[in-house]
Design a protein around this ligand. Structure first.
Ligand SMILES: Cc1cc2nc3c(=O)[nH]c(=O)nc-3n(C[C@H](O)[C@H](O)[C@H](O)COP(=O)(O)OP(=O)(O)OC[C@H]3O[C@@H](n4cnc5c(N)ncnc54)[C@H](O)[C@@H]3O)c2cc1C
Length: 406
């Protein structure tokens, strides 16, 4: 068993860390200041300092790190894992700097794997170049969307077009006017087998009948630093049949294919969030004095710090093992581990953030530190991309099967 990263990974970790230190961390404050005075508060990717950082990252080859193969940086999951972790340390800024931010990453993966040549030319190329942004629209207000077979938006063939009707909400990135295209999941054949009823289709933002109704808030945050989360209404939205991704009835399978990498990317970045929180917790504990001594000398706080270190190390090992499995036996073979990290990561990181916030006192929940926003984002991961309970159900089923079979 080899616990070291390979030479290429070490080299990229060094390059990325140097760039984060020299350019990204120092720009965090400016990014938020410039974001606050934008004419359109949702046009986050037009913030000047971000545009400069993206150009420099691309020039240095620190670009599309998430995407395997010749169109991306060509890294394996195991090679990408520590890089994603580093970007997670500056979660509101860094993933976008390197064109590695969700949901564009998942959309690029889908277009790369299932898109036609024409779809790739029209949408994948500008996404890879960082010229446009995109969104993925699956969740609906009227149905329990953790069961993706529930989605009701209708996609009906009419000659050379599909006609789309329905509602979606929580569509990340969609408030941004530069979010040019939506990958929309709906039903093309409600009468067929449960997992063959769905299809995914590309809908350009400016298509008549598509309305962006409002932005949703996460614990009061509108998340304009990554394009918000929109409620959408589709009324007789008409797109050509060539906009279908893959085949009719293939939408559920495409969604599953997308979620494997998507989940592990979230987990990798979340470990970076935890590392930043531990660092902040230690600095604050060392510098703040209460009842005559630094907080760092209080046993309970040392316990939180030690516990955080133990938990994050355990988590990282499991995430790296999962990445290695995805590279060696494929996403399907790594299914159980993907579910395990999807359950373990947000809970663990949420625990660490809670302790970091506590050490900061009232400052911890304020706008002066990033901890509260980090907490809000991590909390949503306990149901986004599938609630803990759904993953636990499936994991338990797999575990029970081994014993019930004999
Ligand atoms: C910040 C944020 C960003 C998001 N971005 C997107 C996006 O870009 N695109 C998109 O399509 N969606 C997005 N979502 C939506 C997210 O994917 C859904 O919220 C998630 O899939 C759960 O669906 P639901 O909200 O309809 O919950 P429901 O399906 O109504 O489930 C509610 C609760 O029921 C319980 N439950 C469900 N099934 C089971 C079970 N089998 N066993 C036990 N308990 C169960 C769980 O506790 C679950 O949390 C986002 C959500 C958030 C908060």
């Amino acid at each position: 068993m080899e616990f070291a990263y390979d030479a290429k990974t070490n080299e990229m970790v060094a390059e990325l860390t140097a760039f984060m230190d020299s350019h990204v961390y120092p720009a965090e404050k400016t990014f938020h200041e410039q974001l606050a005075v934008l004419d359109n508060r949702w046009a986050w990717d037009s913030v000047p300092v971000l545009t400069e950082l993206r150009a420099e990252a691309r020039r240095r080859g620190l670009w599309n790190l998430f995407l395997p193969g010749s169109k991306g940086a060509g890294l394996t999951n195991l090679q990408y894992a520590p890089l994603a972790e580093i970007t997670g340390r500056s979660i509101q800024l860094a993933p976008a700097v390197f064109n590695c931010a969700a949901p564009d990453t998942g959309n690029m993966e889908v277009l790369n794997e299932f898109g036609t040549e024409a779809q790739q030319r029209q949408w994948l190329e500008p996404l890879l170049a960082g010229e446009i942004r995109s969104a993925f629209a699956m969740t609906e207000p009227d149905v329990a969307s953790s069961d993706a077979t529930n989605v009701e938006l209708s996609i009906v063939r009419d000659g050379d077009d599909y006609v789309i009707n329905g509602r979606k909400w929580w569509i990340t990135g969609a408030m941004n006017p530069n979010c040019a295209v939506f990958i929309v999941m709906g039903k093309t054949d409600p009468g067929s087998e449960r997992h063959r009823q769905q299809s995914q289709i590309l809908v350009p933002r400016d298509t008549p009948g598509l309305e962006v109704l409002r932005g949703m808030e996460v614990f009061g945050y509108d998340d304009n630093d990554h394009g918000g989360h929109a409620e959408l209404r589709f009324t007789d939205v008409r797109v050509p049949v060539s906009n279908l991704i893959g085949e009719e009835g293939g939408g559920f399978a495409i969604a599953q294919a997308r979620l494997g990498p998507g989940r592990i990317h979230h987990c990798m970045r979340a470990i970076g969030v935890a590392e930043r929180a531990i660092e902040m917790m230690c600095r604050r504990a060392a510098s703040r004095v209460a009842f005559g001594k630094p907080l760092a000398e209080q046993g309970v706080i040392r316990d939180w710090i030690a516990e955080s270190r133990v938990r994050v190390e355990q988590l990282r090992l499991l995430v790296l093992k999962t990445a290695w499995l995805m590279d060696t036996v494929g996403n399907r073979g790594a299914h159980t581990e993907i579910q395990s990290i999807k359950i373990a990561t947000p809970l663990t990181v949420q625990w660490i953030l809670d302790k970091a916030i506590q050490v900061h006192g009232a400052g911890g929940v304020s706008q002066d530190f990033p901890l509260a926003a980090m907490y809000a984002g991590i909390r949503t991961l306990r149901f986004a991309d599938g609630p803990d309970e759904v993953h636990k159900n499936a994991l338990a089923r797999t575990e029970l099967k081994k014993h019930l079979a004999s």
